[in-house]
Design a binder for this molecule. Sequence first.
Ligand SMILES: NC(=O)c1ccc[n+]([C@@H]2O[C@H](COP(=O)([O-])OP(=O)(O)OC[C@H]3O[C@@H](n4cnc5c(N)ncnc54)[C@H](OP(=O)(O)O)[C@@H]3O)[C@@H](O)[C@H]2O)c1
Length: 254
Amino acid sequence: MKVLLLGATGNLGSRLVCALLTHGHIVTVFVRSSRKLESLLPSSIYQQILIVEGDATNTAAVKASILESKCEAVVTAAGVAAAAPWGSSDLPKIFRSIAEAVQQAGEERKQPLRVWFLSGMSILQVPGTKNMMSDYVPVFLEHRGNLKLLQSLPPNSVDWSLLCPMTMTEESKDLTVPTKLKQGRVVANTTTPPLWKKSWINSIPLIGSFLSVAMNASRYTTTLEQNADLIATDLETRDSSYIGKRVGVIGASA
Ligand SMILES: NC(=O)c1ccc[n+]([C@@H]2O[C@H](COP(=O)([O-])OP(=O)(O)OC[C@H]3O[C@@H](n4cnc5c(N)ncnc54)[C@H](OP(=O)(O)O)[C@@H]3O)[C@@H](O)[C@H]2O)c1
């Protein structure tokens, strides 16, 4: 598939470049600095991608690069959410800009784009409840607004998925194509975290739910390479069971 990738100079984005190429996609990256990207990627990989320079908050520029590169899919790992409940970051502005760009580009090409956005585990629903994890542990709250935005898009205007990992660690500093997954593939689930463990702790009055969420969350560390591989694999086909969903992930051995 022809894919536009935003955030390619980041931890996840640089792994996405490698994973997308490994899975046979044609990759255009939208970055603020091609010089920075060139310094990060081995030249053999840098030569395999097309590069557009621009700022993701510029909706018109993102839309133009989708249409000009004839991309069918967009992946964005651009911007980072503020962790503290009182914090703020550029992410909501970046997220909105890209959501508007993909919606408008989809209208123009008369077919919705397939899009992977990044979020965090805090917006997954706690199994057996209607609550999000961030209702119990209020961190990374900007992700909630981003989810609302996607859910408010007109039906069939954007084929979005929202990846919701916990902390992602690196398997290796080396960026290579083809990629190799040292820790195997993740187990994924929509809406609620996969392989959630129910515990008696949940029944402790007042703090039980908080403790259960906090204890479970620590099991969900995955790697940057695993998450990049999930997205690149999913984009091998146009149909996906992840469309319109939040997607939670866990390492297979957790
Ligand atoms: N890392 C984790 O453990 C983790 C866990 C859960 C969720 N997430 C989410 O996953 C996403 C990626 O995380 P990460 O660790 O890969 O982040 P990162 O390494 O900080 O990368 C952020 C990327 O966003 C780009 N960016 C920022 N503002 C931009 C703008 N206005 N226009 C274009 N590009 C812009 C940066 O480009 P420059 O190089 O130009 O600055 C960089 O490539 C984030 O949304 C984060 O909230 C991360």
